[in-house]
Structure formats: C-alpha cells, structure tokens
Write a protein that binds this ligand. Structure first.
Ligand code: BGC
Length: 649
C-alpha cells in the first residue's frame, strides 16, 4: 500500500499550496545538451585603473519552495502510518553504485547518494535525471510510497556533473568575502542541481580552518569565524531558495584538529570550541538549514558521531536545530565496538540518517534488532523519521507538483535556461575576479598592458583539472587538462591578447613578460594533509620545479615575471618570491579561471581579495593564525586580511 500516496489524496486535497511559478511546469522540457556556452565577451578597452562595476544578473524567481510551510498534521499522520521497517528504511542513505531501484523501494530507503565521482556511465545532466527518475519511480511502488532524497557533494557548483559551472573552492570565496555573491552562487548551484532533478547537497562546509596543513583547507571559507558565518549563511539562503537541501558540515571542530590532521582530534576546551567553531552552526540554523553532517573527527579523544552532548544537548536542544543530522560516509564504523554497538551509539547520540553507502542492509538489520532489544527507543526512531519527513516536505517531495501524473516526470528545471549558461558562468567569473589576492606587485608589474607580448608557462596555465582541484568530476580531482568545460588561464590571456594584436608564447625566452603558473596537484580529503606545503613538496604539481627555474632565469635576464599560484591553501613561497615582480594567490578558481584572471591582471577590474587565512613564512608556523595566542609576526609572510590593490601601488 502506498501510504504516502493515500495520505496525499486524503489530506492534501484542498490544502492551499503556494501557487507554483512557471518553472515548476518545466519538467516536460526537452533536454538539449548541445549548447556550448562560451565565455567570450567584448573586452573593455578602458584605461588602466578604471574598473567595471557590473555584476552578473541572476534571476531569483522560479523557486517552487517559497513559503513551503510544513503541514505537521500531514507529517504526523504519515509517520503514524509507517511500520517499523518503513521507518528504519527512511533513516538510511545508500550509495547509488550497484543499488537497484527495486532494492531502494523494497527497503523504503530514505535517501540515496552519489559519493565523489559516482556518476552515471555517460556523465550528462539528462542521464543524471534519468537515474534519479528511475529511483523515484521505484519509490512510487514502495510500501510507503515516500519519495527519496538524492544527495551529492555539489560543493563548488554541481561538480560531479560534466560541464557544470565550477565555482572557486571555498577558500577563494572567503578571499572574495562577498555575501551577495555567495547567495548568487548558492542559487546558481541549486539551479544546476535541479536541472538534474536532485534535491540535496552536502554543502556548505562551515569548518573554520585553524591549520593550513589540513588537506581540506580549501573547503573552508576562512580561519575567521565571522567570515564563515556571513558567507555560509548567505550561501545556504541561495541554495535552499530552490529547496535544494543544504548540509552544514562537519559538526563540530573539523577545522580545529591537532596539526590539521584530517579526521583527527581537536585538543580544545569547550570554551575554545564555542568561541571559534560553533557560530557557523548557529547562523546556519537561523538561515533554516535542512541538515547538518557530523564530523569524522574527535574532540579530546571522543568521536563526534558518538557525542550525544554535542549532537543532542547542544545542537538539537540548546540551539533548537529541527532538521535532521546525517552521519558522514561510513563514519559510524569509526566508533568503538562492533557494528551493532556503533549503530546504537550513533543513533542514541542523535544521528537521524545513516550514510552507510554499501553496508546499509546490515545497518537496517542491526537497527531493527536494537529497537527490538530496546537499546534504541521507538521514540528516538520516531524523532529521527519525523525530522526526515519534515525535510522531505520542505524539499517539495510531497508537493502536488513534485510528480506530474500525465508526463510521468518529476520536478526539475529546464536544461537550456539553467545549466552552465552564460549567466551562471558569469557569476563564476565574477567570483574568480573577487577571489584573487595580490600578494606582491613591485614597480607596478601588474596590470599588464593588453598590447604586450607575453609568455605563459607552467602546467596550471593550460589545465582545467589543476584550476578546479579536488571534488571535480571525481572525488580527488584530476590534473587532466580537459577535465571538464572551462577556460584555462592561457585561454583567457589569449582572448585578451588576440583582441589587442599581442602574441602569447609558451616559451619564456620569447617574451619580456613571463607569466609563471605554479600549482598544487588536485587532492581531496584523506590525501591532502601536508605539514610542509612547499612548491615542490608532496602536494605540489610536478611541473613546478621546472617553472620555477624558468622564472629564476627570466628574472636574471631582467624580464618582468608574474607568478600565479593555483593552490588549496597558502604554500611556503618565502624563498621563491624574490624571482617574481608580482605574485597572485588564485586558490582553486574553477572553470572560469581564464577569463576571471584575465579581467584582473589586465586591469579591467581591480584586485579586491584579502587573505582569508594567515600565510606562514615557515613550516613551523603552520598552525599559527589570527586566533593564536602565540602569534609571532616574524614567522608570518602575509597576515590574515592582507591583499594589495592597484590603487595602493
Ligand atoms: C566527506 C563528506 C562528504 C561525504 C559524501 C565524506 O567522505 O567527509 O564531506 O560529504 O564523504 O561524499
């Protein structure tokens, strides 16, 4: 019996829903994927130091979840109609890889995820939608009839989907520090997610990174709590305006582990945790965040997934979080004891949905046993499922336009007006411009004269993979030069040069101005920790050594040498900075790096980015930042907040 569908008919009919906008009816739109959006624009010929002020126009209309007021009577009736098996199914999130729609329906699964890089075999938006539709069709045949939530890590755009708009990673957005821009990015990301039908992203990361040795530094907006608060709440508002559920992560103090150890241990007092790491969750809750993800990390030896103090007492009771708490990927397996004990500990600590990608059948069996043994109370199960159903309601899954009986389609928005459009890419390009931090600019080496011949060298100059970093198409990212659609750095420079009769060379010998692009190799969680992030060290791109040598030679020949650094964090550049007249931290700027960087280095726009994290001079200062009581200026190359602009030269 399809309980949800019966309830839908008996309770929903006659309820006054907010009138849907045109976009809710676009589910029948023919999906065309032949569009090739280019970022070609007429480049301004304005003189140096005259800056454009226009920003991309983003249409905020079209959300079908505005005023999606929850009907609690509906939720309670639905909950009370569910069997224990159906309830337990709702608490599970399983990985799509190998998961049949029949199994998802048989077990009434609450949610499905695509982990990093887990994509349909032909990675195109319409195939993502068809995959999603297949699961939703399955759920319509399930005993409860409850639709599934589909989650992805859309952490810098819809980054698992080939040719999506890829925004700068969070560290660059922290440098831009523009909350209006963050709302636009959230909105654009939600639209691209909705083109594929999906309704949930594991973002934003609200970690307040304290040690740039941490491999997830680039997922953090800043070492400064206020910046993280402002930017993440603005982003959540943009994202959820399309009822794409956000997930603030990773609760709590993931950015505060000892020596920046990924999944490590935060050796902090409660006072210190509250002072630095709690506020982003308070503001996320104020912004109406739907879900919060627990951290793999520990606080003073206690794994967060087992902490009823932080999850239940603080997050749910003290802060009043009424969405659902989700565990991280396989994370409960890091709790002490056997699998049964781990599940009992996590659920009793307050975890509502269990991201157990491949072992979910065992999770279901153990959860059921734990309820039968009274190790987990039915009240706890009911609380978890009620939270999940409320979020499903907010995401629009019980909305009368979620499923179109006539066409058999689920709510989504049209490809043509919403996926990687010029407007979407213009927002990303604006984000690139604003994220760049000018660290050095001797003798006004920048801005460049558009008529000057330049040489552009270094692997990062022509690699979409290096400019997009981890969590792009695959989990760890890839240095593939053609990883996904985008404009490379040399591509952006070529466009400006071509319009001004200048030449662009790839050999430093051929020009008097040499642009040297240095890079970190792509990495993501578990593979990016580095306590000595030098330009030739373990996370550096292998081409850096050669590029640095060429920079040194060019400098000795009296050429103007410009350094552009693609990296997920500050790197130890103290010894090499002398070879550069100008040096720019570009972070991981994403698909629109080429045009965004050209906009600024040629002077059409000014540099406005400021360092969101302290830039150490030596490896020994890695954990030192503007919050540190032992802050020692002499160990710091550039302080938090540093960043030059053309006017100041
Ligand atoms: C990461 C999360 C991510 C999840 C799902 C985990 O390994 O820690 O940030 O959301 O995987 O991909």
């Amino acid at each position: 019996m399809k309980k949800y569908l019966l309830l839908f008919i008996s309770i929903f009919i006659g309820l006054a829903f907010v009138a849907c906008t045109n976009e809710t009816t676009t589910t029948t739109t023919t999906i065309s994927e032949s569009t090739t959006t280019t970022t070609t624009t007429t480049l301004s010929t304005t003189t140096k130091k005259t800056f454009k002020t226009d920003t991309a126009v983003v249409n905020y209309e079209g959300s079908y979840c505005d005023d999606m007021t929850v009907n609690y009577e509906f939720i309670d009736d639905l909950l009370s109609s569910l069997t224990l098996d159906e309830k337990i199914g709702q608490m599970i999130q399983a990985e799509r890889n190998g998961l049949s729609a029949t199994d998802a329906a048989y077990y009434n699964l609450g949610s499905i995820l695509s982990g990093g890089g887990s994509a349909p075999s032909v990675n195109a938006p319409n195939n993502w939608y068809l995959m999603y539709k297949n699961y939703q069709d399955g759920m319509r045949t399930s005993s409860s009839g409850i639709p599934v939530i589909y989650g992805v890590d859309a952490v810098h755009g819809h980054n698992n989907v080939l040719n999506a708009t890829i925004f700068p990673h969070n560290i660059g957005l922290g440098a831009a520090n523009d909350s209006e821009l963050m709302t636009k990015i959230g909105l654009v990301t939600a639209r691209e997610v909705r083109v594929t039908g999906l309704n949930y992203t594991f973002a934003p990361t609200v970690a307040v990174v304290q040690d740039i040795g941490w491999g997830r530094t680039y997922e953090s907006l800043s070492e400064n709590t206020d910046i993280v608060v402002d930017l993440s709440s603005a982003y959540i508002e943009g994202l959820q305006s399309y009822c794409v559920g956000a997930s603030a992560k990773h609760f709590i103090a993931d950015g505060g582990t000892d020596e920046g150890d990924d999944q490590g241990n935060a050796l902090l007092t409660e006072e210190e945790i509250r002072a630095i790491h709690l506020d982003p969750y308070i503001s996320a809750i104020d912004s109406g965040i739907y879900t919060i993800m627990v951290s793999y990390s520990s606080i003073n030896g206690q794994k967060m997934h087992g902490s009823s103090y932080w999850i239940t007492d603080v997050l749910k009771e003290e802060l009043g979080f009424d969405g659902y708490v989700i565990s991280d990927y396989d994370a409960i397996k890091q709790l002490p004891g056997d699998y049964y004990t781990q599940i009992v500990s996590a659920v009793n600590a307050g975890v509502d949905m269990l991201m157990e990608p491949y072992t979910w059948r065992d999770t279901i069996a153990n959860l059921k046993l734990a309820v039968q043994n009274e190790d987990i109370s039915i009240e706890r199960i009911n609380d978890a499922v009620r939270r999940i159903l409320i979020i499903k309601y907010k995401m629009g899954l019980f909305h009368d336009d979620f499923y179109n009986e006539e066409t058999g389609e689920y709510y989504r928005i049209s490809y043509d007006d919403n996926f990687a459009t010029y407007e979407n890419r213009a927002v990303a390009r604006e984000a690139v411009r604003k994220s760049l931090v000018l660290l050095k600019n001797d003798n006004n080496a920048l801005p460049l004269n558009k008529k000057t011949n330049v040489a552009v060298i270094g692997n990062g100059a022509s690699s979409i993979g290096l400019q997009t970093g981890g969590w792009t198409i695959s989990w760890q990212g890839d240095d593939d030069s053609k990883l996904t659609r985008g404009t490379s750095i040399i591509g952006g420079i070529r466009q400006v040069a071509a319009g001004n009769g200048a030449n662009v060379f790839t050999d430093a010998e051929d020009a008097d101005v040499v642009i040297v692009v240095l890079s970190e190799r792509p990495y993501a969680e578990m593979y990016g920790d580095n306590l000595n992030p030098t330009l030739t060290g373990s996370t550096a791109d292998s081409g850096n050594a050669d590029a640095l040598e060429q920079a040194m030679i060019a400098k000795s020949l009296g050429k103007t040498v410009i350094g552009l650094l693609l990296s997920g964090r500050p790197m130890l550049i103290n010894q090499q900075l002398q070879y550069f007249d100008a040096f720019v931290a570009c972070w991981l700027p994403g698909s629109e790096a080429g045009m965004g960087i050209a906009d600024v280095i040629y002077g059409d726009y000014n540099f406005t980015g400021k360092l969101p994290v302290t830039w150490p001079k030596y490896a020994s200062a890695l954990g030192m930042n503007s919050n540190s009581s032992n802050y020692n200026e002499s160990l710091i190359l550039f302080p938090f907040g540093y960043g030059l602009s053309y006017e100041e030269d």
